[in-house]
Design a protein around this ligand. Structure first.
Ligand SMILES: [Zn+2]
Length: 454
């Protein structure tokens, strides 16, 4: 048994003194125990919090950083057939053309490098686990890689290089959309001809991960969206996979219009009729969902993952954060397009967006007996762990010791009453305040240089 000690530990919704985390030999928490005497030298100003969980990421989109903030690409990247920026409105769909063009150029090496950079930044920002929604499966001409799981394995290897826990959300993408048959160049790398082809690769990937024997790596299934997965295939995927089930839903108004044109239904109706609205389901975005749809999500026990920095960057709109909190939906956050990698910013936007919309303050209802900041911190850690079915996200016996150390002497936090630190952390601090992090009790390569070792 080893101990992780610091001046302060986040426990049961408060920062407390005189505690330590006890870890077993494989990096699981034995418990939170009382200790006497002062904290070890140099650790008095450090506060240990559960690591943040990034429940929705597309690591390769790191390669879009900076490139999508001008109306036309620097390198005329439209030759791949995607025509980015060519007089089209700059909206989600012109951004998506950039993304298709990037996907077209990826090699296993460049995918590894972009993923490694994204995961390094996540680790440095306080994320200790990621749900990687992976849909680039094939060679540029659409033929399977050899083995077919090669690119998924590349992404997993990149996460393990920086010591990040990863749930590989293996995505099914079965058609360009329900209303358009034109396949953009980059999309060939995503598309499987049918659900059986996807499921065969899914079984293979589960086997690869099982043989790895690394408890930091797990697999879930991700029907990409109702646009790209027909309803009957969605039903098959819900029936024939287990573990976390994630899908994009209601991100764009055009998506709603396309689904209504195809099915005469709203996207959530399609998911529900396919038997895919389950307690293991996480709906990513839900930006344009009605309150009644949020209520149906809650009563099904499904969760919602908001990605507010990406939704802001793409001009998607503001999701139903207030309704989701009021109705008790299980929430999580994701860095999605990697435009910004900062769990604190995602969490503060959940509340901040509602303030702007409602011209009011302190809008989201805290959990019973808890503060708003504590509630948001819980969404950022335990919420993501639940969405990915990972035994982490809290300091409790049997869970993995995934931990971040926050420096209370950081300029954003210095001099504050510790009672106010969680509030100042969520509403005013940045990843600069992070001094160290552990995944499964281990500080790993890629972690920021801290002032102490465990
Ligand atoms: Zn996404």
């Amino acid at each position: 048994v080893t101990r992780l000690e610091a001046g302060w530990i986040w426990h049961e919704g408060r920062l407390r003194r005189g505690l330590a985390l006890e870890l077993d030999e494989v990096g699981r928490l034995e418990g939170v125990v009382e200790v006497s005497g002062p904290p070890p030298a140099g650790r008095g100003d450090l506060a240990l919090f559960p690591g943040f969980v990034n429940a929705h990421s597309h690591a390769f989109q790191w390669g879009l950083r900076g490139r999508v903030q001008r109306p036309a690409p620097l390198d005329g990247g439209g030759e791949a057939g995607a025509e980015p920026g060519a007089g089209a409105p700059t909206d989600f769909f012109s951004w998506r053309d950039h993304m298709f063009a990037l996907a077209d150029t990826l090699t296993p090496d460049s995918l590894f490098e972009l993923s490694r950079r994204a995961f390094t930044t996540m680790r440095a920002a306080g994320y200790t686990a990621v749900g990687e929604f992976h849909y680039v499966h094939h060679a540029p001409d659409g033929h399977p890689c050899d083995p077919p799981t090669e690119l998924a394995e590349v992404v997993v290897a990149a996460a393990r290089t920086v010591g990040l826990r990863i749930c590989l959300l293996h995505a099914a993408y079965l058609r360009p959309s329900g209303v358009a048959s034109r396949v953009a160049s980059g999309q060939r790398r995503f598309l499987d001809p049918d659900v059986e082809t996807f499921l065969a690769r899914h079984r293979a990937l589960e086997g690869v991960v099982e043989r790895m024997g690394d408890p930091s790596v797990t697999v879930g299934a991700a029907p990409h969206s109702v646009r790209t997965v027909p309803a009957d295939a969605l039903a098959e995927l819900a029936r024939r996979t287990s573990g976390p089930l994630h899908l994009h839903l209601n991100e764009q108004r055009r998506e709603l219009a396309e689904v209504e044109a195809e099915h005469g239904l709203r996207p959530l109706d399609v998911v529900e009729r396919a038997g895919a609205l389950l307690p293991r389901t996480t709906l990513v975005h839900m930006t344009h969902a009605s309150e009644a749809e949020v209520a149906r999500t809650a009563s099904a026990g499904a969760g919602i993952c908001f990605c507010p920095t990406t939704e802001r960057d793409l001009g998607d709109g503001i999701g139903p954060g207030l309704a989701a909190c009021q109705l008790g939906v299980a929430l999580s956050i994701g860095s999605d397009s990697q435009v910004q990698v900062d769990p604190l910013e995602e969490l503060r936007l959940l509340e901040g967006n509602e303030r702007l919309r409602r011209e009011a303050r302190l809008v989201l209802p805290p959990h019973a007996g808890s503060s708003l900041a504590a509630t948001l911190l819980d969404v950022g850690s335990a919420g993501g762990a639940a969405a990915l079915q990972l035994p982490t996200g809290r300091f409790a016996r049997g869970l993995w010791a995934d931990v971040v150390a926050i420096d209370l002497a950081d300029p954003d936090l210095a001099g504050l009453d510790p009672e106010l630190v969680p509030d100042a952390l969520v509403f005013g601090a940045s990843p600069r305040a992070l001094r160290a992090s552990w995944v499964g009790g281990r500080r790993e390569p890629g972690a920021p240089v801290g002032r102490f070792e465990a």
